[in-house]
Design a binder for this molecule. Structure first.
Ligand code: GLV
Ligand code: GLV
Length: 326
């Protein structure tokens, strides 16, 4: 009997084809609507593989009932939605989609930075609202990007790709990371800084750090108060790294100048959320890796990760590779 794979959202059919040769694949029928938790639990009880989105919470109590489960493949580089230690202790492989999305996510992060600095969204709305009556010297005047200081918090693959883009804008690059990254220092001229130094000196504070116990609420009232009043905060990692109430206060009291946000504590964010009412916020619906090329690439990789584990091969991208040797 073929192994059973449950996919928690509708993904492009052609990216699932290779899996169908070796497994019985069932896909939740909607592209937009997440699978209800009770349906997910029932599926998990007999699935050999779960192919998940970052919107699904895979916790210890679900895994406890997933007796056949061998692999969880997340369609994301981040995996904070999955209890990794609970999966590891049960020998379940957790796979993700790194590398393939780094350049695409860096492009979006840099776009968000530029859109926020140069007030692109506000300006585009202004013209569509028929508000443009005259050219005037300071109309929609924003802030320069070139020759400014960018501070990248989380110098992983995406952070490095953002740093590379920043060199093209003659920016000074600071970074903070758990470990020093000599290659970005040597190749891109980035300078390591303590978190405090980085937030104090940067014109653009860009968060690309994964969500962990150390990064949760890392951007709070104290952090914002240490930033320049002209600082622009960009978040393309996870909403939970930010205290959103503190961010709202900082933005509405000119403690910092503006924010570009691709991620939120609650996703989707409520349309009446105070942050969305601010002119100095550019908000995007978590689209960091959302190019057609990259989303198809990620979906193919997720399928290959599952096929590898189910066939006893080493997957291309595994988060807890200790389960392979045990
Ligand atoms: C998106 O946020 C991802 O982790 O891939
Ligand atoms: C994180 O895993 C990254 O690629 O930056």
């Amino acid at each position: 009997e073929k192994p059973y794979v449950f996919i928690t959202r509708k993904v492009p059919e052609e990216t699932v084809k290779p899996l169908e040769d070796i497994a019985t694949v069932h896909m939740w029928s909607s592209e937009e609507e997440p699978v209800p938790p009770d349906v997910l639990l029932e599926e998990a009880k007999h699935a050999d593989a779960l192919y998940t989105m970052l919107s699904e919470r895979i916790d210890d109590s679900l895994l406890e009932q997933a007796d056949n489960l061998k692999v969880i493949a997340n369609l994301a580089v981040g995996y904070d939605n999955i209890d990794i230690s609970a999966a590891t202790k049960r020998g379940i492989a957790v796979c993700n989609t790194p590398d393939i999305l780094s350049d695409t996510t860096a492009d979006l992060t840099f776009s968000l930075l530029m859109a926020t600095a140069r007030r692109i969204v506000e300006a585009a709305q202004y013209i569509k609202n028929d508000q443009w009556k005259n050219w005037s010297p300071l109309l929609m005047a924003g802030t320069d990007i070139h020759h400014k200081t960018i501070g990248i918090v989380g110098m992983g693959r995406i952070g490095s790709a953002v740093a590379k883009r920043a060199t093209g804008f003659d920016m000074e690059i600071l970074y903070h990371n758990r470990s020093r990254k000599r290659e970005v220092e040597d190749q891109l001229g980035a300078t390591y800084a303590s978190f405090d130094q980085l937030i104090q000196k940067s014109d653009y504070v860009v968060c690309l750090a994964p969500l962990t116990d150390e990064t949760r609420d890392m951007f709070n009232q104290e952090t914002f108060s240490k930033m320049k009043s002209s600082a622009i905060f960009i978040n393309a990692s996870r909403g939970q790294v930010v205290d959103e109430t503190a961010l709202y206060e900082a933005l509405s009291n000119q403690v910092i100048a503006a924010a570009g946000l691709d991620v939120f504590r609650e996703e989707p964010i409520a349309s009446d959320h105070p942050l969305l009412g601010l002119d100095n916020v550019v908000a995007l619906p978590h689209i960091g890796s959302a190019s057609l090329e990259t989303r198809y690439g990620m979906a193919n990789l997720a399928s290959r990760n599952i096929a590898a584990v189910l066939s006893g091969r080493t997957p291309e991208a595994i988060v807890n590779d200790s389960v392979l040797t045990s």
